[in-house]
Design a binder for this molecule. Structure first.
Ligand code: 5RP
Length: 222
């Protein structure tokens, strides 16, 4: 196992400490969450999960982790998710796995959000990971033009298998913005939120409460 995968597995296993039986647990998406699901299934914690993607739901079914629809619960105690990039304020970029919409809905409805990452994801400033933006297919070519004019270096995400546009679980496209540095993530989030046709963006600001990097935990100061 390479160092990144080892740190992802360590972070995933360390996150079990924050899970108690009978909790409603939001379950993110990605390879790090996959390690978390494996650790959860082996643990003595008996939880019910709210999933953020079809792939996570399928993994839960294979591991016999019970899941429930988000609208059937009155709260989510804690969500465990990965991230593509995280800065020193615990703001982050998510959506590398095209699950950012459901991930943000689950995160916003959680009492606590914990991210599990390897150390390569931590940077002083966001932007080295291309920022995913989920858009309605209709008119997405116009959004690509607007994002280009704004200097966001957008690219429609395509499948490596058939070169067709990637379709999210909710039936949308993903435009990845290759900016290299995001100096003002709040202003950029406001911009995306004001564009018709943008469903959601992968800037997760003031959402994460705690990040576990390999075995080390960093928490937002109250
Ligand atoms: C999916 C995500 C993932 O959390 C993110 O891509 C990290 O994935 P991985 O754990 O495989 O590195 O945002 O939409």
């Amino acid at each position: 196992m390479n160092i990144k995968d080892l740190q992802k597995k360590q972070a995933a296993e360390a996150a079990i400490e924050y899970i108690k039986s009978d909790m409603v647990v939001g379950l993110g998406t990605g390879s790090t969450v996959s390690y978390f699901l494996d650790a959860l299934a082996k643990s003595d914690r008996r939880i019910v999960g709210v999933t953020t993607s079809k792939v996570t739901s399928e993994h839960c079914a294979a591991l016999k982790i019970p899941i429930i629809d988000i609208d059937e619960v009155d709260h989510i105690d804690v969500t465990i998710d990965g991230a593509d990039e995280v800065d020193t304020y615990l703001n982050g970029i998510k959506g590398g796995g095209a699950a950012l919409l459901m991930e943000k809905i689950v995160a916003k409805n959680s009492k606590e959000n914990i991210w599990i990452v390897d150390s390569s994801k931590v940077h002083d400033t966001l932007g080295s990971f291309p920022l995913p933006v989920e858009v309605i297919p209709y008119g997405s070519g116009q959004l690509l033009r607007q994002f280009t004019d704004k200097g966001l270096f957008p690219k429609l995400r395509r499948s490596q298998i058939d070169n067709q546009p990637v379709i999210t679980d909710a039936g949308h496209y993903i435009i990845d913005c290759h900016m290299t540095t995001i100096n003002n993530p709040y202003a950029l989030a406001d911009y995306f939120e004001s564009q018709v046709g943008v469903v959601e963006h992968g800037l997760f600001l003031n959402i994460c409460d705690r990040v576990i990097i390999g075995g080390e935990t960093i928490q937002i100061q109250e």
